[in-house]
Design a protein around this ligand. Structure first.
Ligand SMILES: Cc1cc2nc3c(=O)[nH]c(=O)nc-3n(C[C@H](O)[C@H](O)[C@H](O)COP(=O)(O)O)c2cc1C
Length: 336
């Protein structure tokens, strides 16, 4: 997308369509990209796509809403970078639960260099599942990452070493529960066999063998082709993103916070890998709740660390063609 000075005479509908396209860079569970945008003359609507919901793994739609929230945050930033302000209405119509958000009240604003920088971070951000290097993440970086989440209404709790051990046990248990469930295995197989469709996880982004980690990562049920060194990610830090409520609105906001913290981490050279298995399994989600000692409801676990600088990481995971996620039919024929 363009990074020219904002405030030029580009029509609003062009800016809206470009923001929706830029949101395609957002992370999503199993790269399902469960969203669809509708460009209107004076608004942008975000809807969930139930066809791409993980009905076995995520029947309540938490991870779907988190993924859509990340896309919403990407679109908001892209609009800001292009010199627009917007009012965000989340779940604006109870009669239409699939309508997750509407961006309205669009008005011209001044230049936003920080947002422009974050749009550049969207293009380099990716999930690197290799063990992290021995370089520790600085306390100041962790503070900035947590502040980025807090600014979007969710909190990042950094686990101490005892809590990491509890998390490791919970992640191992969640992995075992999921591996025994044929429906979950089938769903995982589907999303790891989607080569050429622009969705799902190709072998190039999945580790070639089990990495040595304190907290087990997701077992994708098949080996990929991503080379994994012998390192053990002892320098990894684990964080738990949480908030006050356990409702669709708060899951959407948690996704916005996830995007904000991940883009900030990218700017600071910190790698982030979500570990959602522990929130997918009811029992281990309760363990996380207990671990928070009543502070709030867990949304997702994150591994933070500095990626191995010596070897190339995974390639970018493919995305759906823009025509499949951005509907511009309501503004076609308008000047652009
Ligand atoms: C809500 C959510 C949950 C995720 N859970 C996991 C996970 O458990 N394990 C993992 O390796 N990646 C996880 N991811 C990362 C996605 O697989 C990744 O974002 C997607 O494949 C797109 O790739 P990219 O992040 O490299 O652009 C998750 C992402 C989101 C947004």
């Amino acid at each position: 997308m363009s990074h020219e000075t904002p405030g030029q005479d580009r029509p609003l509908t062009t800016a809206l369509a470009e923001a929706a396209a830029t949101a395609g860079y957002a992370p999503s569970v199993h790269n399902t990209q469960p969203w669809r945008w509708r460009v209107l003359p004076d608004a942008l609507e975000l809807r969930m796509v139930r066809d791409r919901q993980l009905t076995a793994t995520d029947p309540e739609g938490r991870l779907l809403a988190l993924s859509c929230g990340a896309a919403l945050h990407h679109a908001r930033l892209a609009l800001t970078a292009e010199g627009w302000t917007a009012v965000v209405e989340r779940l604006p119509d109870p009669a239409q639960p699939d309508l997750l958000a509407r961006l309205t009240g669009l008005a011209r604003a001044g230049a936003a260099p920080e947002a422009m920088r974050m749009v550049q971070c969207m293009q380099v951000r990716h999930t690197d599942r290799r063990p992290v290097s021995d370089e520790p993440v600085s306390t100041s970086a962790l503070g900035e990452i947590a502040r980025a989440a807090a600014d979007e209404g969710a909190q990042l709790h950094i686990l101490d070493s005892d809590q990491v051990m509890e998390l490791a046990a919970a992640a191992g248990h969640a992995g075992a529960v999921e591996a025994e469930d044929p429906q979950l295995r089938e769903e995982l197989l589907y999303w790891t066999s989607r080569a050429g469709t622009g969705t799902g996880l190709p072998p190039e982004v999945l580790p070639a063998q089990q990495a040595q980690t304190t907290v087990p990562g997701r077992d994708f049920g098949r080996a990929g082709t991503l080379p994994v060194g012998p390192g053990h990610d002892k320098a990894a830090v684990y964080g738990l993103l949480y908030g006050d409520e356990d409702e669709p609105d708060s899951w959407l906001r948690a996704g916005e916070a996830l995007s904000a913290l991940w883009l900030t981490a990218t700017r600071l050279g910190v790698s982030v890998v979500p570990l959602s298995g522990v929130v997918e399994v009811e029992g281990t989600r309760q363990t996380l709740r207990h671990l928070l000692s009543g502070l709030g409801h867990p949304y997702i676990v994150l591994r933070l660390g500095i990626a191995d600088p010596a070897h190339a990481g995974p390639p970018h995971t493919p995305r759906l063609p823009v025509e499949q996620v951005v509907d511009t039919s309501a503004v076609r024929g308008q000047p652009s």
